[in-house]
Design a protein around this ligand. Sequence first.
Ligand SMILES: [Zn+2]
Length: 288
Amino acid sequence: MSLLETVKQFFTRLFGLNDIAVDLKPLSNELRTFLSQNVSFYAALNETEKSVFEQRAGMFLQTTQIIGHDVEVTEQDKLLVASAAIMLVWRFPDWYYVNLHTVSLVSGSFNEHSQFGQPDSGIQGMVGTGAMRGQMILSKPALHYGFSNDRDKKNVALHEFSHLLDTVDGGLDGFPERLSDNVYSVPWLDLVRKEIDKIHRKQSNIRDYGGTNPMEFFAVATEYFFERPSMLCRKHPEVYETLKSFYRQDVAPLQNRLNPEKKRLAHVAVANAISDVVTLAVIPSLIV
Ligand SMILES: [Zn+2]
């Protein structure tokens, strides 16, 4: 059975729909090139896997609105959002983001009052809870920067999608129950507490925001896992092994298949690094 048929059957079961419109057009060569040059994960896949990735990204975009708040939304923007969504659940072929229906792109970082250009406008992305459940907001420049720079262990889209994985079971606790076949919550949360303590004592190279709480640790460690897997494996082997179990992926060998051109572009991006400090503000109904 083709992937498309499998997905159609899944939606039929989920929604009781017999005639769901699934109209997936193949990606143009231009968009394939864009993906190869911007999404290292995709670039490292073989041709068959790339085809599956494109179909799953297409299905994601069939079921998720990507809208611009104060920016134009391009096909490239949509593909980056879909790429983050698919990368995390690459080994979960039937995964459907039941807790997401809309991703809004905005023109820059913002503060908890949705204001741009203020001294505290440091938020690049967030997912809604409660009344705002099902919504994600991403800064469009931060979305692109997250993929253009593979070296800084930061990717706002991966960060926000990992929150969705954490919250899909209802618990906002840094332990993604739905991914946890071979992982138990107590040892993981004990490890997280130790790692957070190391961050607070400045004895960790996991960035400070991961020390906010276990939920943010999971999101920040996820960014690190997908951007610098070999380094995470070397510096924080227990964290790497547990994330490998959660995501059912060993990303380090995949990274080694990365094409040299993408690595060169990543280095250029580091040289042009922008400041993107994320505030620690706690916002009702929103997770940053
Ligand atoms: Zn967060």
